[in-house]
Design a protein around this ligand. Structure first.
Ligand SMILES: [Ca+2]
Ligand SMILES: [Ca+2]
Length: 236
């Protein structure tokens, strides 16, 4: 009798282990977006720190920023950032995974407004498309004004040590030390601005990938828009 009780108790302990091993509670996915009404080509921050796992922790955040069902970014931390080149409604999908492999998803639509300015960088490559040390490249910034703007600043950030030569400043004051073009005038809707400069790939540059970043800013209305288009170059 005592022996069978012991076996029964052992069975109960094993059974409870088996149940607790299976009973992982699923996480819950949620995220917030800022700013509230983002513009095109302006960084949008996604914060999923309000996602929860009741009996563990979230170890993976997967983001689909264009609603095509394919994840564009996978992170172990809850925040991510991207920018949208086209205005309109964009579906954002988030999938979170807890420390025992259970997942949860959420889908939200965010509205992206057309920015007061649209701008794009174009870098003309030499014939054959192969960039090598010592070559001179031409960068063109196409800027289109959508809403009246008082004063503009363009900041370009080419790779370090790449010599810059101004070609067309489009009426701006060019500050070489900061790679900055400043316009103090007013621009009206529909106007276009084209800034052109040349870049010399430094002698001795090795094969690699070089990044370009840039930003257009104004105080009236307040804006900070990233330059899109050609944002990196490969050298051979
Ligand atoms: Ca869990
Ligand atoms: Ca996607």
């Amino acid at each position: 009798m005592l022996k069978s009780l012991k076996i029964f108790a052992l069975f109960l302990i094993l059974a409870s282990f088996a149940v607790s091993a299976q009973s992982n509670q699923a996480p819950r996915a949620d995220f917030r977006t800022s700013p509230a009404n983002p513009d095109t080509n302006t960084p949008v921050l996604f914060d999923a720190s309000s996602s929860r796992d009741p009996d563990g922790q979230i170890v993976r955040y997967e983001w689909d920023f264009n609603g095509d069902g394919k994840f564009d970014e996978t992170k172990t931390t809850p925040t991510a950032s991207t920018l949208f080149e086209r205005a309109g409604d964009w579906r954002i999908n988030l999938r979170v995974t807890d420390n025992r492999g259970a997942t949860a998803s959420i889908s939200k639509v965010i509205k992206i407004n057309e920015a007061p300015v649209v701008l794009r960088r174009q870098i003309a490559l030499p014939a054959g498309g192969r960039v090598t040390a010592g070559q001179i490249l031409r960068a063109t910034l196409h800027i289109r004004i959508n809403k009246p703007i008082n004063g503009l600043g363009l900041d370009e950030d080419p790779p370090a040590n790449w010599a810059v030569r101004e070609r067309d400043n489009a009426g701006a004051v060019f500050k070489r030390s900061q790679m900055q073009w400043l316009w103090s005038r007013r621009f009206e809707s529909g106007q276009t601005i084209t800034v052109v400069y040349e870049l010399t790939v430094p002698p001795g540059t090795r094969p690699g990938v070089f990044k370009f970043s840039g930003q257009l800013t104004s105080f009236s209305p307040r804006l900070a828009i990233s330059v899109v288009g050609d944002t990196e170059l490969r050298t051979f």
